[in-house]
Design a protein. Structure first.
Ligand SMILES: [Fe+2]
Length: 293
């Protein structure tokens, strides 16, 4: 008798949890990040999007919500830049979703810049979650050339281990995009960071790059972790990267370099659940620091 009661209760709890976690994965929130620096003369506003995980069969309501949040935020704030930090697609079919539903929304005065993530190179399935057990289960490559073509035609500049130095509204900026899969996941590309007064920003899907460039750039924008995705009331069970678990979401400081890890906008098709790690779009404001402070 007690076993039956226990089983019924277990089914109810697991069922409730699954419904809750499925619905949380659709509730895109807006995060705000403000940074201060003496290296710029005029403020900069940025929209940071990560881990969209687009594919054709994805939940229409989730896709609609992503589009609504992007449109709403960009109508309120004319941003200078939009940064995309990888995992734009979850399967090849996401390339068309990106082209038709997302790229037309992305408007920024100074341009849209992107780096690629692991899901932009490979289509994963649930077996890959247990990769040590299924190491022989080959991952299928995506059509990365088509993805790059769509991004280019959609006005997105993809930085694949590239560094740009430019002047924008009186600010000298250095923008570095790290493509971990071209270089090896935990390494730093062969790019010499200039030793000048420019404000230096890095885009990298994997937050691990922080160990290679901390103290030498101002800020690193990354993703990949999904904020832990399934957490213990906000505390990630795993960081999915060589960083501390509490650094797997939001901002942390490493030798004067800010690492900002977005929880991402989407989820993988094989695990469309989030628990206390709601999806986010981050609005960043870089302000001119007060000389007196
Ligand atoms: Fe991801």
């Amino acid at each position: 008798m007690w076993i039956v009661v226990f089983l019924v209760l277990a089914v109810v709890v697991v069922g409730w949890w699954t419904v809750y976690a499925y619905r949380e994965a659709k509730r895109v929130h807006i995060e705000h990040l403000t940074l201060y620096t003496r290296d710029i003369r005029t403020p900069i506003s940025i929209m940071h999007l990560s881990d969209l995980h687009l594919f054709r069969e994805m939940s229409r309501s989730r896709l609609r919500r992503i589009g609504e949040v992007i449109k709403e935020q960009l109508s309120q704030t004319e941003v200078d830049f939009i940064f995309l930090t990888g995992d734009l697609i979850d399967k090849n079919s996401g390339i068309e979703v990106l082209r038709d539903e997302i790229l037309p929304l992305l408007k920024a005065k100074g341009g849209v810049y992107a780096v690629l993530g692991n899901h932009d190179y490979f289509e994963y399935n649930v077996l890959h979650v247990f990769s040590p057990l299924f190491f022989l289960h080959e991952k299928k490559s995506t059509d990365v050339e088509r993805l790059l073509d769509v991004l280019k035609k959609g006005g997105v500049r993809v930085l694949r281990n590239e560094m740009l130095s430019f002047s924008y509204h009186g600010n000298n900026l250095t923008l570095i995009g790290v493509d971990n899969f071209l270089q090896g996941r935990y390494s730093w590309p062969d790019l010499a960071i200039p030793d000048d007064e420019s404000y230096k920003m890095v885009l990298a899907h994997f937050p691990d790059v922080i160990h290679h460039i901390k103290g030498r750039v101002d800020v690193v924008f990354s993703g990949h972790t999904h904020g832990g995705q399934i957490t213990v009331w906000g505390y990630p069970l795993t960081a999915k990267a060589k960083i501390r678990r509490r650094e797997a979401r939001g901002a942390s400081v490493h030798d004067n370099t800010v690492l900002y890890v977005s929880k991402g906008v989407g989820v993988s098709h094989y695990l469309p659940l989030r628990f206390f790690a709601h999806p986010d779009v981050t609005m960043v404001r870089i302000e001119v620091a007060d000389e007196k402070k």
